[in-house]
Design a protein around this ligand. Sequence first.
Ligand code: SF4
Ligand code: MG
Length: 333
Amino acid sequence: PTTLLEVRDLHVEFRTRDGVAKAVNGVDYAVAAGETLAVLGESGSGKSVTAQAVMGILDTPPGRITAGEVLFQGRDLLKLKEDERRKVRGAGMAMIFQDALSSLNPVLSVGDQLAEMYVVHRGMSKKDARAKAVELMDRVRIPAARERVGQYPHQFSGGMRQRIMIAMAMALEPSLIIADEPTTALDVTVQAQVMDLLAELQRELHMGLILITHDLGVVADVADTIAVMYAGRIVERAPVHEIYRAPAHPYTRGLLASIPRLDQKGQDLYAIKGLPPNLTRIPPGCAFHPRCPMAQDVCVTEEPPLARVTYEGLVAERRSACHFWKETLDASR
Ligand code: SF4
Ligand code: MG
């Protein structure tokens, strides 16, 4: 599969009253056409900031990309001028946010907002663009699209609004979609429907999809690869089924254990104690050591590299940033 996006050694800092917050500290990931990468982590792990840097919508200042490359179809986006960047953002990649109500314009009908994409980017007539808007609403399965195209965002339910956001993101048929907690604000049944829709469209259009979430349960059925972030780094990266079978990082193990699973009844719950670190004062060595039940002396002094994890039967590339990934893997099985 062709690599669509490759993030290399990305670093992002924020100036805060407390000092410099190191939000992203050397992130590497790649997404191919037709692939879904789930980026998982607690709030403050750097997953959204990484995505904003990729999209070119980072708040600057206070944010600053201090190093790295963002290669999209082979071009480093960080070297493009803002107007070239905007073109990539329109047709190459699009983003879906958690809160549709604040991302949509409250005083424009959803049809006008969808149509505007085609008028601005494709030079279509208003009438043709309006017809495309109805088509898009149908495509994201909004019932009675033709009747509802003139309605305003507040007239739709949360789930329907999120479908409209998906329609907006898809309008120009981008090759990559980044969805930042797209279903977090919705209730559980609606969450599943929206996630299914997203996965279905992604398959049909053979797009790359980056799914940012704090909820491992949401991505199980749709992701191909999972990258787990902690304190601005990727601490584990692996095919989703391998991670589910046996995590190779204690942090991932904790995240997995916090999802209730029927087949694990009676087993000890392995919950993560404590809180993520203040990013102006990331602990030395392994940033997770103050919370890690497996920590040893070496964890306090030496930062673990994102090392290759190997075992019999593993064909894909799998990595873990833990000095004791072997022991963790064994303990997880
Ligand atoms: Fe825990 Fe040490 Fe592994 Fe970090 S390197 S996750 S502290 S065992
Ligand atoms: Mg976030």
